[in-house]
Design a protein around this ligand. Structure first.
Ligand SMILES: Cc1cc2nc3c(=O)[nH]c(=O)nc-3n(C[C@H](O)[C@H](O)[C@H](O)COP(=O)(O)OP(=O)(O)OC[C@H]3O[C@@H](n4cnc5c(N)ncnc54)[C@H](O)[C@@H]3O)c2cc1C
Length: 285
C-alpha cells in the first residue's frame, strides 16, 4: 500500500523541530524511527499532512545513569537499549524487553520515545514504564513538563502529550541493588507484539524475605498497568511455590481485559496469571 501525499521536513535540533511544529499550526506529526507511524500511513489508517523528521537530532539520543534513575533519550533505539551495559546492570528487565521487540530491523530503527509516545496497548515498553515509575519529559516552546507513566498513558494510542510537543527523555527508577528484574512475554507470532508482557522485579533480604516487588503488565487491556495486588501479596513474605501461585492469581485484579480475534478476554486473563508466575519463578527460584 502507498501512503497519501504528505509534506516532509527534517529538523536538526529540538528547537527547530518545535518551531516547525508550531508553524504547521497543528497539521504536522513527528517522525522518529517510523516503525509505527509509517505502517499506519501505508495502510491509510491515518492520513497526515506533514511529517517533521526528528530522527537525526543528536541531543535526543543516549543512555545515562543519574543517581537512582536511568535516563534514556527519546531517539535511543530498542537495539541500543538491549545491548547497553548500564541498562543490563541496573534494569535487566528493560534490556530484555527491548531485545524482545519485533525483529532486528524494527529494533534497529524503532525508538523508546516513539514506542512510549505511540502508546500501542500491545507495546512492550509501557510495562517497564509503569513497573519502574517512569518520568516522561515533554518539551514545547513553553518549556519542559514531566509526566509520570500513570498520568501519561490515557488510552489505546492516546497520551497526555500536548499538541506541538516533543518527548525528550524517559527516565526509569532503578530498583534497589539487591533486586533482580526480568521481562517475559507471550508474543504475537506474526509481529512479536505482546499478547501479554510482564515486567517484574523482586528484592529480598539475606533470609529470603521479600522487601521489594514491582510488576507491570502490558498487552491485555487499553493501557499497561501495575499489578499492585501481586506486589502486596509478595512483600513481607518468604518465597514459596504457594505464595507465587497466590500472588500470580491476583495479576488481573481490578483490570478489564481486551478481546480480539487472537485472544479472548478469558484467555488473556489466564495468560496474565501464567506469565506473572513465570516471571516470579524466574526471579525467586
Ligand atoms: C513488524 C513490526 C513489529 C513490531 N513489534 C513490536 C513489538 O514486539 N513490541 C513493541 O513494543 N513494538 C513493536 N513494534 C513497534 C516498534 O517498537 C516501533 O518502533 C515503536 O512503537 C515506535 O517507535 P518509532 O521510533 O518507530 O516511532 P514512529 O513510528 O516514528 O512514531 C510513532 C508515533 O510516536 C510519535 N513520536 C515518535 N517519537 C516522538 C517524540 N520523540 N516526541 C513526540 N512524539 C513522538 C510519532 O509522531 C508517531 O505518532 C513493531 C513494529 C513493526 C513494524
Amino acid at each position: 500500500m502507498i501512503a497519501n501525499t504528505f509534506a516532509y521536513e527534517r529538523a536538526v535540533s529540538v528547537d527547530e523541530a518545535l518551531r516547525l511544529l508550531k508553524e504547521s499550526g497543528g497539521d504536522a506529526t513527528v517522525l522518529a524511527g517510523g516503525h509505527s507511524i509509517l505502517p499506519l500511513m501505508k495502510i491509510r489508517l491515518t492520513t497526515l499532512e506533514k511529517l517533521i523528521d526528528i530522527s537525526r537530532i543528536p541531543e535526543l539520543k543516549g543512555i545515562q545513569q543519574k543517581g537512582d534513575r536511568l535516563e534514556i533519550g527519546a531517539l535511543t533505539t530498542h537495539a541500543e537499549i538491549s545491548k547497553d551495559p548500564t541498562v543490563k546492570e541496573t534494569i535487566p528487565a528493560l534490556a530484555e524487553a527491548a531485545a524482545s521487540i519485533g525483529d532486528i530491523q524494527v529494533r534497529n530503527r524503532g525508538t523508546v520515545g516513539g514506542n512510549i509516545a505511540h502508546a500501542d496497548p500491545a507495546s512492550d515498553l509501557p510495562a517497564l514504564a509503569v513497573a519502574f515509575d517512569a518520568n516522561i519529559d515533554i518539551q514545547s516552546t513553553e518549556g519542559t513538563e514531566t509526566f509520570t507513566a500513570e498520568d501519561f498513558f490515557l488510552g489505546p494510542l492516546i497520551t497526555a502529550i500536548p499538541e506541538n510537543s516533543i518527548l525528550k527523555t524517559v527516565s526509569f527508577a532503578i530498583p534497589p541493588k539487591e533486586a533482580k528484574s526480568t521481562y517475559v512475554k507471550y508474543a504475537h507470532p506474526a509481529t512479536g507484539y505482546a499478547v501479554v508482557g510482564v515486567a517484574a522485579a523482586i528484592g529480598q533480604m539475606e533470609d529470603g524475605m521479600i522487601t521489594y516487588a514491582r510488576v507491570g503488565i502490558t498487552g491485555v487491556g487499553d493501557i499497561a498497568f501495575r499489578a499492585e495486588e501481586v506486589e502486596r501479596t509478595l512483600i513481607g513474605n518468604k518465597p514459596t511455590e504457594d505464595l507465587v501461585q497466590e500472588a500470580a492469581k491476583k495479576a488481573t485484579e481490578g483490570q478489564e481485559m481486551g478481546s480480539d480475534l487472537f485472544a479472548s478476554e478469558e484467555y488473556r486473563h489466564h495468560l496474565c496469571q501464567v506469565y506473572t508466575k513465570r516471571a516470579l519463578n524466574k526471579l525467586l527460584f
